[in-house]
Every structure is written in C-alpha cells, then in structure tokens.
Design a protein around this ligand. Structure first.
Ligand code: 5AD
Ligand code: SF4
Length: 448
C-alpha cells in the first residue's frame, strides 16, 4: 500500500481532519495522489449533518466501486462522521467497501488500510481522550492554516448528529496548539483559524479560549487569527475581552442563531433565549468596533409554526447579520428530534428557506453597498478566478471581517496585506482598487 487518494466532504473540521490523516499517512511512508486512478486506496472523509450530505457520499462510493471493478486490489474506505453514523450498515450493505473508520480512528489509519486489503475492517470506537494533539498535520499550502483546538460536542442540540458521530467534547493542550501555530507560521501560513464544534467552550483543564487567543496573538509571523464556530452561551466576557484587546484576532464572529423563536430554541435545546442572544450580540458589537456578525439558521424544525418562522425573519431584520448559512431541517437518526413528527412539509420548508435567502441577500447587499468608498485592509490570498484571460489579472483576499475582495493585480504577493478602496459590491463580493503606493524614489542629495 503506497498511494492514497483522499476526498473531503462537509465542514472545515473535516478539511482539518483530512490534513491530519495526510500527515499520518505520509509519516508511514505513503503518499497522497491527486487522481483516484493512481491510488492503491481511496478514502472518502464524510459528513452526516444533513441527509443530502450522506446521499452525495453514497453516490461517490458508487463511482469508487467502478474503480474497484477494474482493479479489485484497490482498498475503498469511508472515514468521518458518516462512517461513525452508519457503521456496520455501510460495511454490510456494500461489498465494495473495505474500511469504515470514525473520527477517533485516524492515528491507526496506515495499519487499518493494510488490514483492509485482506478483509473488511471497521474502527468506529469513540475515544473520549483522543485529541491528536501530538500529531502534525500535513497542511494544504496557502495563506490560511486550520487548527483544530477541540473535538466532539457535549451540547446535544436535539436536531444534531454531531455528538453521536464525534463523541464527547475534549480540548487539545494549549502548549500543543501554540506549537502548531508556531510551526504553521514558520511554514509561511499567515492566518490561523481555530476550529471546534463549540470552539469557545475550549478548556484544557487550565486554560480557556481567551487564554488561547492571547497566547496565539503573541506568536510572531501570524498576521490574523479567526475561529469558528462559537456557541452563543459560551461567549464569555473573557473571550469578548480577549477579542477586543488582541490586535491579530479579527473582528468577525460567526454566531449560530438557529431560530428566532423562543419555543423553538427551547425545543432545539439551544440553552439561550432570543433575549440572551440579542444581549450577546450587543455586547460583542459594543466591545469590538466594526465587528461582523454572521450566523446559521434552520427552517422547518418540528413544531415551527408560521409565527415562529416570522419571529426568525424579524430577528434577522433586527440583528442584520452580514451573512448567513440557511438550512432546511433534516431529521437525523439517533437525535432526539428524529423521534418527533415532522410538522412542516417539504414544500413549506422550501418556501421558508427561499424567503430567508431573499431577506439575507437584501441585508448583505445593503451592508456591502454601504462599504463602497471605504478603505479596507486585505490579506491577499492569490489570483482570482474572476480574472479570466480576456480580463486584467485580478487578486483576491479577505477583509478583517472575512469578506472577499477582488482587485486588479498590483503584484502584491499572497500572504501580504494591502490597503484597498472599495469601489463596487454585490451581496457576496466586494470589488476594490489597490491603494498601493508607488515605491518612493531613493533620496538623492545633490552636492553643491
Ligand atoms: N438539519 C439541518 N441543519 C442542521 N445543522 C445541524 N444539524 C442540522 C440538521 N439536522 C446546521 C446548523 C449548524 C450547521 C453547521 O448545520 O445550523 O449550525
Ligand atoms: Fe451540533 Fe449543537 Fe453541538 Fe453545534 S452545538 S455541533 S449544533 S449539538
């Protein structure tokens, strides 16, 4: 077993887990390849958050089964949340599948792959101590390094499968994280994004999330620090204070609201009321000038009435999130809500979703239009796909608020900061003009 093709679905935690797997595989002497036809093993790192995510993976397993028909020696593995979620069912149901490995089984991946070449293997034991803190990931090159600071979730929102697929919450030791951040900075990464299911409940026994932000703020070579996703109930005074005082921690909080109706929030087991959410949002906005708030919202949760839905839309209008990920509720086996009758038809869910998409589009458009004429600092990420051959080459990067800006290529290298004046906007993208100063001519003293 020499070569592995690894494909990732789902959230950033999965992207980071794939980088972790890549590190484990490479240290075991295996190499990652870009094309499935070049690989001895094909691994899908999967997501179980909504049914749609699982269906996409099932389709992909079918594609991989065709490679196996051509080359029966090839090992096919499913990793991640869906592996954990469907466990034995996956192995029993599909003869083409050789390996099922859950989120706590990656340390052993090389050995599991070797075994799976002989017989089907399942490693789906959740381990409440596994953090992979000591393992160096093989990061995809770029400006941004994803650093997992916490794994699992203890919140048990009634719609969510994550506590069942990723197990109990555990944090990596602060010293391991500071080491990872230093290594990433030395490798040339300029932006660090801390990841965790409820990232701000980070606690390693001694240090909390505010300590982690402060410790990272002091690491030389790091330009920007971000994190996702915090839980509103864990947005402590200490964390807000650290955000407002650490120069490198960017003014953006992705704060999942889920619903703007108190009875629905309660049924979701979200542990806050709309009043408390409003209060957190206000405290953040007061402490961090210019902060962007973004969110996640689910429509069509069991019991959501037209009034509940209207309350969500009203709260979105009131808070004016800069952007939002909007989802239709998807019943997930194992969760508490799975046992409750669905009261919102698929059609009504679709209608509610498109209403919120429209509303958010309007708000995002207004927020972006108000930025035209302002100057922002962009961390450049590289050439923009919008360039195209027929147009002048463009660069793209992010503002401190994590908004994408596209501007004419002025030679700024990836990883550098550039001041840009915003000259145009859509609800998703800002367009700018570089304010690069021409290099000043050297001062020459003329004698005489
Ligand atoms: N159905 C729809 N959306 C969900 N999310 C989590 N579970 C479900 C589900 N069963 C959404 C939440 C969460 C985001 C990552 O996915 O909004 O914040
Ligand atoms: Fe799922 Fe809730 Fe945990 Fe987020 S906080 S991962 S929505 S259970």
């Amino acid at each position: 077993m020499r070569t592995v093709f690894l494909e990732t679905y789902g959230c950033q935690m999965n992207v980071a887990d794939s980088e972790l797997m890549a590190g484990v595989l490479e240290r075991a002497g295996m190499s990652l390849v870009d094309r499935p036809e070049d690989a001895d093993a094909l691994i899908l790192n999967t997501c179980a958050i909504r049914e749609h995510a699982e269906q996409r993976v099932i389709g992909r397993i079918g594609d991989f089964a065709r490679y196996k028909q051509r080359n029966p020696a090839v090992v096919i593995g499913v990793a991640g949340c869906m592996a954990q979620h469907l466990r034995k069912k996956l192995l029993d149901g599909r003869r083409s599948l050789d390996l099922v490995v859950g989120p706590d089984g990656y340390r052993d991946l090389p050995r599991l792959l070797q075994r799976a070449a002989g017989e089907p293997v399942a490693q789906v034991r959740l381990d409440r101590d596994e953090t992979y803190g000591d393992l160096e990931p093989r990061r995809e090159p770029g400006v941004r390094a994803w650093v997992t600071v916490q794994r699992g979730c203890d919140k048990f929102c009634t719609y969510c499968v994550v506590p069942f697929t990723r197990g109990r919450e555990r944090s990596l030791p602060l010293a391991d994280l500071v080491r990872q951040v230093r290594t990433a900075a030395d490798q040339g990464f300029r932006e660090i994004v801390f990841l965790g299911q409820t990232v701000n409940s980070y606690h390693d026994g001694t240090h909390d999330f505010a300590d982690l932000l402060r410790a990272t703020d002091a690491v030389e070579g790091v330009t920007r620090i971000r994190y996702t996703s915090p839980h509103p109930s864990d947005m402590s005074v200490r964390v807000i204070d650290a955000m407002s005082t650490c120069a490198k921690v960017m003014p953006h909080v992705h704060l999942p609201l889920q619903s703007g109706s108190d009875p629905i929030l309660s049924a979701m087991n979200r542990t806050y009321t709309t009043g408390e959410f409003r209060d957190v949002a206000e405290r953040i906005r007061r402490a961090i000038p210019g902060v962007a708030l973004t969110t996640d919202i689910i429509v069509g949760f069991p019991g959501e009435t037209e009034q509940d839905f209207e309350a969500t839309a009203a709260l979105m209008r009131e808070i004016r999130f800069e952007s939002a990920f909007l989802f239709k509720y998807s019943a997930r086996p194992d969760t508490r809500a799975f046992t409750w009758p669905e009261t919102v038809s698929e059609e009504a869910k679709g209608h509610r979703l498109s209403q919120l998409i429209e509303l958010q589009h309007q708000i995002s458009g207004e927020v972006h239009d108000a930025m035209v004429g302002r100057d922002v600092e962009v961390l450049v990420e590289g050439p923009s796909r919008r360039g195209g051959e027929e147009r002048e080459p463009q660069l793209h990067g992010k503002t401190p608020q994590f908004k994408t800006v596209v501007f004419r290529d002025d030679g700024t290298p990836a990883g550098a900061l550039r001041r840009v004046r915003i000259v145009g906007a859509t609800p998703v993208t800002l367009f700018g003009e570089s304010l690069a100063q021409p290099t000043p001519a050297p001062l020459v003293t003329i004698a005489g």
